[in-house]
Design a protein around this ligand. Structure first.
Ligand code: A2P
Length: 279
């Protein structure tokens, strides 16, 4: 495993296993600098979303970096208010314009919003846009098993990726098993517990960090990688961006993996997809 390790997807594309998340990064200089730092540190996967309001800045950094487009893996997401058959295409085209790209590597439905009942028709639209080459890989975010089952019932294409809240306090075991059985890769958001979660102060993680001579964030990122998860820690700080990719010179023992597995609390930090209907 190295910083360039990729994971194969059910559509025969591949995604870098470690990337930079940019939720809450300001859309001006902040996101631009963060992406440039990440690209020079060796990151190739950048994860943004329309609702983060920083696609423009991500696009400026990509253009400045001079890195070949084929080497990059850019993810963005369809916001909730853009669900519905006729809204998806204009939303994607607007994201592409802000990113200054002619395709995205991965496009995700950001939330299922079950109360609105639009995610199946929205998914069908993503399938069409993929066949036109505007999206390489299509996926979803925050889908529970029942939402994935609906897609399975009504279409012949399952998402390649499901990006969900996932960290040692909320491990999504049942969903991970379901996704594994259905060839859907799981990508962890808030992988190090987000900005409010206090995960990194956990005693066990602190002790493990001291044992391996790494930081608690590095231990947690390594836990995701060794579980085969795709992981996108967010940082806008250059040294933490570097720290978060500096995780390929150590390996957690199976005993310590199990110890981190035991930190499950069953509690999310973020919204519950079954009832999240903000648009
Ligand atoms: P910052 O951007 O100032 O580095 P998550 O990816 O789980 O949502 O977590 C993101 C939060 O964790 C952000 O507040 C980010 O702040 C912080 N963070 C990112 N990397 C590290 C790190 N290596 N150590 C401590 N905090 C970090």
């Amino acid at each position: 495993m190295s910083s360039t390790t990729t994971i194969s997807l059910n559509d025969s594309n591949a995604i870098p296993q470690l990337g930079l998340g940019v939720w809450k990064a300001d859309g001006g200089q902040e996101v631009e600098q963060a992406v440039l730092h990440a690209l020079s540190a060796g990151y190739r996967l950048i994860d943004t979303a329309m609702v983060y309001q920083n696609e423009d800045g991500v696009g400026r950094a990509i253009a400045q970096s001079g890195i070949d487009r084929q080497e990059l893996f850019i993810t963005t997401k369809l916001w909730n208010s853009d669900q519905g058959a006729d809204k998806v295409r204009p939303a994607l085209l607007a994201s592409l314009e802000r990113l200054k790209l002619d395709y995205v590597d991965l496009y995700l439905i950001h939330w299922p919003m079950p109360a609105r009942g639009l995610y199946v028709e929205t998914w069908k639209e993503l399938i069409k846009l993929q066949s036109e080459g505007l999206i390489k890989t299509i996926g979803v975010s925050n889908f529970n098993i029942e939402h994935l089952e609906e897609l399975k019932k009504h279409t012949s294409v399952l998402p390649a990726v499901n990006q969900v809240e996932l960290h040692p306090y909320f491990q999504q075991r049942e969903l991970r098993e379901y996704c594994h059985a259905n060839s859907i890769r799981v990508e962890s958001w808030s992988p190090i517990g987000g900005s409010t979660g206090d995960l990194l102060n956990n005693d066990t993680l602190q002790e493990l960090a001291a044992k391996y001579g790494k930081s608690p964030a590095q231990v947690v990122i390594r836990w995701h990688l060794q579980h085969g998860l795709i992981v996108i820690p967010k940082s806008t700080n250059q040294s933490r961006i570097q720290e978060n990719i500096d995780v390929f010179d150590f390996e957690l023992s199976s005993e310590h993996m199990v110890l981190i597995d035991s930190l499950e609390t069953g509690k999310r930090f973020g919204p519950d997809p079954a009832s999240m209907n903000i648009h």
